[in-house]
Design a protein around this ligand. Structure first.
Ligand code: GLY
Length: 366
């Protein structure tokens, strides 16, 4: 097996490696034991991922000489709640975890968020190793240390920053994803390209990323995206400035997600939000001509939607509760050209104008 790509992430609280490769699940124990020596490795997974990969992960950990315990939680965002969080903590206590133990989060974003938050709070904090198995969690949520659970009144309202001690991304696990879930990750990939990487954007235009792409291309795309996110969180771990630019497409995307009662995946909503804000920015004269059509085309090539049926009034109604709103103003990340964005603090009325401006696809004007 070839050596994985290694991306080193340095933040104020921790420095760690993100390993990206094919077949890494069977090497998990070796890579983990190279950086940590826990008394117990406690694997948190869910009912989708557990049957596919739990045994392989545990075998690899045991082969590295580690004592292993695990818990399997119900799959799905609807279970990212206080009750499941409590059951993870109880399972950790029943497995007699100590402050020398660690948590291994094996799964997608929900598992990563919940296992990470359990690790951040058990005995006031023990380490976590993230083993993302979806494209979205590989390119986004497993890196950067955000952990959270939902409350009935809103998503991710309770959480903590806990940088992982190691991230191990095995691109072979992408082959078993539902195609919709795979495409969901591409929403964040296109976002990263628009935000910071014209070369990645061109590559996505010329060679759209499909689930059956060769492993080398999948590794390259994941590693490039991890490096983009690394550069942002290294500068601003706690989202006080630059990290807010990762919210490109998210203000409108989150509103679309909530207005549609979370029936559409997060990455699909980010893709629609990205196209929406690109159209608004171009029609407002804030972005260079042609940007929006290029973004739309690239998004469509990754089999993601470019527009929504949700009305501007519904989007505004949801955005009124957005965390990025401060009183009468809201922070919006605006693309100006491929690879460049600016942060604008605008009043809510101006935001309403942007939402109206961005509704109609550019393609209908062509
Ligand atoms: N997903 C955006 C961030 O981690 O800040």
């Amino acid at each position: 097996m070839s050596e994985p790509v290694r991306i080193c992430v340095t933040t104020t609280s921790r420095t760690y490696d993100v390993l990206v490769g094919a077949g890494l699940l069977d090497e998990l124990g070796r890579h983990l034991a190279a950086v940590l020596c826990p008394d117990v490795a406690f694997v948190v997974t869910d009912t989708n991922v557990g049957p596919l990969y739990l045994e392989r992960a545990c075998t690899s950990l045991r082969e590295a000489g580690l004592k292993v315990a695990s818990v399997t939680i119900p799959a799905g965002e609807s279970h990212k709640n206080l009750s499941t969080y409590g059951s993870i903590l109880s399972a950790m206590a029943e497995a007699h975890l100590t402050r020398s133990s660690l948590v291994v989060a094996l799964g997608g974003g929900v598992v990563g968020d919940m296992a990470g938050f359990a690790a951040a709070t058990y005995m006031r904090g023990i380490p976590v190793v993230q083993v993302p198995t979806t494209l979205l969690s590989m390119v986004d949520s497993s890196v950067g240390g955000k952990t959270a659970i939902d409350l009935s009144v809103g998503k991710n309202l309770v959480g903590a920053f806990l940088q992982p001690s190691l991230v191990v991304a095995d691109v072979q696990t992408l082959s078993t994803l539902d195609p919709y879930v795979f495409a969901d990750g591409m929403g964040e990939v296109v976002k990263h390209a628009v935000l910071a990487d014209p070369t990645l954007f061109t590559s996505l235009e010329e060679r759209p990323v499909t689930q059956d792409a060769d492993e080398a291309y999948l590794c390259e795309v994941v590693a490039t995206n991890v490096a983009i996110k690394r550069d942002v969180v290294a500068t601003d771990e706690q989202e006080r400035g630059l990290r807010q630019t990762l919210n490109l497409g998210h203000t409108i995307g989150h509103a679309i997600e909530a207005a549609g009662s979370y029936r559409e995946g997060h990455g699909h909503c980010v893709a629609m939000g990205l196209c929406h804000i690109a159209r608004a920015a171009e029609r407002k004269g804030w972005a260079e001509p042609g940007l929006a059509q290029r973004v739309e085309r690239c998004v469509a090539l990754q089999e993601l939607p470019i527009a929504t049926d949700i009305t501007p009034a519904e989007i505004l109604g949801q955005a009124a509760h957005d965390k990025k709103r401060h009183g009468e103003t809201i922070n919006v990340v605006v693309p100006t050209r491929i690879g460049a964005v600016e942060m604008r603090t605008i009043d809510f009325e101006q935001f309403g104008e942007l939402v109206e401006l961005g509704c109609r696809p550019m393609q209908s004007e062509a």
